[in-house]
Design a protein around this ligand. Structure first.
Ligand SMILES: [Fe+2]
Length: 273
């Protein structure tokens, strides 16, 4: 038996949640997806994940939400993550931190281990443990128990992400990069049957700066005056990768998924025509 996993790109703000709401149920059914893992750390206004939004995303068909450097940005998540094993924070935060970075579950009678890690480069506010050394340790431990290992690696540099992919080739079934919110064109099965992509994109506006209105971001870059970013509702798309894994842990396919959805304003317009 095999399992089919959808890794959704970072969900950015309300437009990202609306996109998931419009597209995920049908996609899950049409493609016979067994497990949906999504990066949720930008779901609340692009900066963090609040408790209410996390619960809404589970209701919309996501099984596991992963984090990154913004996972503790919302105060109520600091408490809630300790109680909810389906929300992961990077495993390389200090062990005593609220929440966990590893989730064990059973999918189609297969033992599966999902691991969330944060890259070490270009995150000036976080000073976490070495993601590579920890990945080796956690993956070896999971494989002793014949687990299918799925890695969500939230990292800023392409070098770290591709290095993680090659290091775990043949050990993890998938190494999926997040954080940069741009779908990269390198989805592939590596030599030893690990599915890999540098970045699985974002759910939300595609004609925007990381999900935010470009006009505000342009002004910020010119003036250097910090102002709040504005969520963008233009050209909404559900974006991610679909990965098939056999019960021996070998990935057999990875394909990118892009589903365009109408924005609520467009929907209203169409209803009045
Ligand atoms: Fe991030």
């Amino acid at each position: 038996m095999s399992i089919r996993v959808l890794f959704l790109g970072e969900i950015v703000g309300k437009p990202g949640i609306a996109t998931v709401k419009s597209a995920l149920r049908k996609l899950r059914e049409d493609k016979k997806i067994d497990l949906v893992i999504a990066n949720g750390e930008g779901a609340t206004g692009g900066f963090g994940l609040g408790r209410a939004h996390s619960m809404q995303l589970f209701k919309l068909g996501i099984d596991i939400l992963t984090g990154g450097e913004k996972i503790y940005y919302k105060k109520d998540m600091v408490e809630f993550i300790a109680k909810n094993p389906n929300i992961l924070r990077p495993a390389n935060y200090p062990q005593q931190n609220p929440g966990r970075g590893v989730k064990y579950l059973t999918v189609n009678e297969q033992k599966v281990c999902v691991i969330n890690l944060l890259g070490n480069a270009d995150f000036p506010r976080t000073h976490l443990g070495n993601s590579f050394a920890l990945a080796q340790m956690l993956v070896d431990k999971a494989r002793e128990d014949n687990q299918i290992v799925l890695i969500q690696y939230h990292a800023s540099t392409t070098a770290e992400k591709s290095t993680m992919g090659y290091m775990l080739d043949g050990k993890a079934s998938a190494v999926i990069g997040t954080h940069t919110k741009i779908l990269s064109g390198d989805a592939r099965i590596l030599k030893h049957h690990t599915a890999f992509i540098t970045d699985n994109g974002r759910c939300g506006s595609q004609t925007s700066v990381g999900g935010f209105s470009s006009s505000t971001e342009i002004n910020k870059f010119i003036t250097q005056i910090p102002v709040r970013s504005n969520e963008c509702w233009d050209d909404l798309e559900l974006v991610g990768v679909l990965v098939d894994v056999e019960n021996d842990g070998k990935a057999t396919a990875i394909e990118t998924v892009r589903v365009q959805v109408e924005s609520p304003a467009q929907q209203e317009e169409n209803e009045h025509v």
